[in-house]
Design a protein around this ligand. Structure first.
Ligand SMILES: [Zn+2]
Length: 100
């Protein structure tokens, strides 16, 4: 940041340094670089806020995810039980055929 005053190119009002707009006519006194830096800071702040708010859904997303995993575990247990019943029936049939 320079400490020099900024003279408005339109009305030649002498503005204090770091003034974004002319005090008299409201003309933007920012250089392209200054604007880019200012907008980049705003953008960065917006991204930070977005990232912070994105952390909440991400945390709550683990809930349903864990639930889905436990449902998977439950159904695979049920599947194993069903397979055991089928195997038992199969063994019973084989035994019946052999003994038959
Ligand atoms: Zn001006």
């Amino acid at each position: 940041m320079s400490n020099e005053t900024i003279e408005c190119p339109d009305c030649h009002e002498v503005n204090t340094p770091a003034t974004i707009r002319c005090a008299r006519c409201g003309r933007s006194l920012e250089t392209d670089d200054q604007r880019r830096i200012r907008l980049a800071k705003i953008e960065q702040g917006r991204r930070d806020a977005e990232r912070d708010s994105a952390n909440f859904p991400r945390l709550s997303r683990t809930g349903p995810f864990n639930l889905a995993r436990s449902v998977d575990a439950m159904s695979s247990q049920r599947l194993r039980r069903i397979l055991l019943v089928i195997a038992a029936i199969g063994v019973g049939l084989v035994v019946r055929i052999i003994v038959g």
